[in-house]
Ligand binder design. Structure first.
Ligand SMILES: [Zn+2]
Length: 260
C-alpha cells in the first residue's frame, strides 16, 4: 500500500492525484453555474468547441506545453485552469503530509475542494451553488461522528451558529439598508463550514473573513480600484477564512485565548 513507501514518494503521488482532481474541479467550476452536466460531454475548447484530446487534458503540463492557447483556434486558455490544478495538487500533498491516511484527511480534502469551487464560482458569478453547500452540510456532519474533532455536538452547533449568525446579519442589513447585503448562499456556506470544523472554528472563520474582507476592501478603495459600493462577494472571503481556520485555527485559538 501507498503508506509503506517513503514519505516523499507518498506526497508526490498525493500531489499527482490532487492535480487530476483539480482538473475535475475546473470542470465543476466552469459548468455548474451554467447548469451543464459535469460528467458529460468530455472537455472542449469553450471558444471553438473542439473536443480536447487526452494530451491536452494533462493538468498544468498541457497549459504550459500549449503556452496557454487552444491548438486549433488560438483562443487564450484562462490561467485559472492551471492555478486550480496546482493549488489542488498542493492541497493534497500538504494534507497527506499533515494528516496521513484516514477519515480526517478525507474530510479536510472534501472541505478544501468545496471551498476552492465556491471561491472560484462566487468570484466570477457572485453565486454559491446549493449543489455544493447543502450536500457539504450533510457530509461534514456525517464525518463528525467518525473524527475526534470537532465531534458531532460541536459540528451541530457549528451548523446552527454559522447559519444563524449570517442569517441575523442578513436580516439586520436588510432592515437598515433596504437592500440585500448577504445572500442565502453565504448563510448555507458558513453552515457547511460549521459542519466540518465545529462552532469554535466557525466563529474564527467569520472573524478571518471579515478581517480579510476589510483589508482587501480598504486596499481597493485606497488604490481607487473600487468604492464602498463595490460588491465584493463575501463567499470568497468565507472560503479564505475557512481555509485559514482549517489549517491554522487551533494554533490561532490557543494563542488568542492565551492573551485573555
Ligand atoms: Zn479553440
Amino acid at each position: 500500500m501507498i503508506d509503506t513507501l517513503p514519505l516523499a514518494i507518498q506526497v508526490a503521488v498525493a500531489a499527482a492525484f490532487g492535480a487530476v482532481i483539480g482538473s475535475f474541479l475546473n470542470v465543476v467550476i466552469y459548468r455548474l453555474p451554467l447548469d451543464k452536466s459535469i460528467v458529460w460531454p468530455s472537455s472542449a475548447c469553450p471558444h471553438c468547441a473542439r473536443e480536447l484530446s487526452w494530451y491536452e487534458n494533462i493538468p498544468v503540463a498541457s497549459f504550459l506545453a500549449l503556452r496557454g492557447r487552444c491548438r486549433t483556434c488560438g483562443a487564450r486558455i484562462g490561467v485559472q485552469y492551471p492555478l486550480v490544478e496546482a493549488l489542488t495538487a498542493f492541497m493534497f500533498a500538504a494534507a497527506w503530509w499533515q494528516y496521513g491516511p484516514g477519515p480526517l484527511l478525507a474530510s479536510r480534502l472534501i472541505l478544501g475542494a468545496a471551498l476552492l469551487v465556491l471561491f472560484a464560482i462566487d468570484l466570477e458569478h457572485h453565486l454559491l451553488p446549493d449543489e455544493i453547500t447543502l450536500p457539504g452540510i450533510v457530509v461534514g456532519f456525517g464525518f463528525s461522528f467518525v473524527n475526534l474533532l470537532p465531534g458531532w455536538r460541536s459540528s451541530l452547533v457549528g451548523i446552527l451558529l454559522g447559519a444563524g449568525v449570517l442569517w441575523a446579519i442578513r436580516k439586520g442589513y436588510y432592515l437598515v439598508r433596504h437592500e440585500e447585503g448577504l445572500g442565502l448562499g453565504d448563510v448555507k456556506m458558513l453552515a457547511m463550514v460549521g459542519a466540518f470544523l465545529g462552532w469554535e472554528l466557525t466563529l474564527l472563520t467569520l472573524m478571518m473573513a471579515s478581517l480579510s474582507g476589510t483589508v482587501i476592501g480598504l486596499g481597493l478603495i485606497v488604490t481607487k480600484r473600487g468604492d464602498m459600493k463595490y460588491a465584493l462577494p463575501f463567499g470568497t472571503f468565507l472560503a479564505l477564512g475557512a481555509a485559514i481556520a482549517a489549517t491554522a485555527g487551533q494554533t490561532i485559538l490557543h494563542w488568542y485565548l492565551g492573551q485573555l
